[in-house]
Design a protein around this ligand. Structure first.
Ligand SMILES: Nc1ncnc2c1ncn2[C@@H]1O[C@H](COP(=O)(O)OP(=O)(O)OP(=O)(O)O)[C@@H](O)[C@H]1O
Ligand SMILES: [Mg+2]
Length: 326
């Protein structure tokens, strides 16, 4: 303020006190308004920073049960909304992990308890003759094999999920790979008595990049599910064609059967999710979670659609290699 008055009294203005006063009023008003606005802005920034600091501390302490719901459209409000989205994702991830751990514990505990039960029975002399002892042993062997299979599924799934899989992708001719797959399931369908149809419209020399072993696991899981959940009709089909823009391959594996309820569709790729109708069948609920992890690692996509009581279809979209000659 002092500086302003000094300036206005300079010879350049030199017309006396009334002019100085007239100029001073609006200048002071602007100065006060600017100061007030700055004060409000600083106050609001401080408040936002305090809220964010508090929220960061709560997240660091593992507390994710709060919500940041700022009004406004400024940068801080947008930052707070992003922070809140991060909190929601973390919370989902935590609950996914705890469901995962509960699933693992439960599914590993079941065959183990069974083995312990039969061992106790044997050591308590409950097998009255050698045949019964051999029967107990056979059950224990089956449970041990189940345990071993579950553990290897788990290791495979965790490897994929944590990105420990880093094999180089090999360029593969889609047509001959799919023909092999189809041949394999055609033979299996005769052996296991299901109706199998294939419609592969992929020209030779259509190349894509993949890890052969893992992609074979994807087909094994999808086909195993298709057969297992195909109901009385037991109709399964595989189709493949090149998309209209020639940049990708579209595939579908479809089966008849009770299907999947709409509300369950987003859950089926979650580890340990099993449909109500499947609970009485053998299974671990890791098949589709592994499929999703392998598909993601390849940069492909997989979607599912289902008409309950009729059919279910899994669709894969596979980008073609740049050198492909379609
Ligand atoms: N082709 C399908 N048709 C109908 N339902 C399916 C199909 N594939 C999967 N589902 C449903 O999704 C659930 C999850 O499938 P997923 O393959 O992950 O586990 P699972 O088959 O139950 O066990 P696992 O694959 O570990 O032996 C199944 O329990 C079933 O309810
Ligand atoms: Mg399965």
């Amino acid at each position: 303020m002092g500086l302003l008055v000094l300036e206005l009294r300079s010879p350049f203005f030199g017309q006396g006190h009334s002019v100085q006063f007239l100029v001073l009023i609006p200048v002071s008003a602007i100065f006060i308004a600017a100061s007030l606005i700055s004060w409000f802005i600083i106050k609001s920034i401080r408040k936002s920073l305090r809220i964010l600091k508090n929220a960061t501390r709560r997240v660091a302490e593992g507390d994710l049960d709060f919500s940041l719901a700022p009004g406004g459209r400024d940068d801080f409000a947008s930052l707070m909304r992003s922070f809140d989205q991060m909190r929601i994702r973390l919370k989902d991830e935590y609950s996914r992990r705890s469901r995962f751990l509960m699933g693992v514990s439960h599914d590993l505990k079941t065959p183990l308890s069974s083995i312990t039960g039969y061992l106790d029975a044997l050591s308590d002399g409950m097998a009255s003759n050698p045949e019964q002892a051999a029967k107990f042993m056979a059950i224990m062997r089956e449970k041990a094999a189940q345990l071993e299979q579950r553990i290897s599924h788990l290791i495979e799934y965790v490897k994929m999920e944590t990105g420990q899989w880093q094999l180089p992708l090999e360029e593969t001719d889609a047509s001959s790979f799919l023909k092999q797959i189809v041949q394999c399931y055609r033979e299996e369908s005769e052996f296991l008595s299901y109706n199998f149809f294939a419609d592969i419209r992929v020209p030779d020399q259509t190349m894509f990049l993949m890890d052969r072993e893992l992609v074979t696991r994807v087909f094994e899981n999808l086909m195993h599910n298709a057969v297992r959940y195909s109901g009385e009709e037991k109709k399964i089909s595989i189709s493949a064609e090149i998309a209209s823009d020639s940049s990708k391959l579209s595939m579908a594996i479809e089966n008849t059967g009770p299907g999947i309820q709409e509300q369950d569709l987003p859950l089926i790729f979650e580890p340990f999710y099993r449909g109500n109708a499947s609970r009485n069948q053998k299974g671990f609920g890791l098949g589709l979670a592994s499929v999703r992890a392998i598909i993601d690692a390849h940069g492909w996509t997989i979607t599912v659609s289902s008409k309950p009581g009729e059919k279910t279809a899994f669709s894969l979209t596979i980008p073609l290699a740049a050198a492909t000659a379609v």
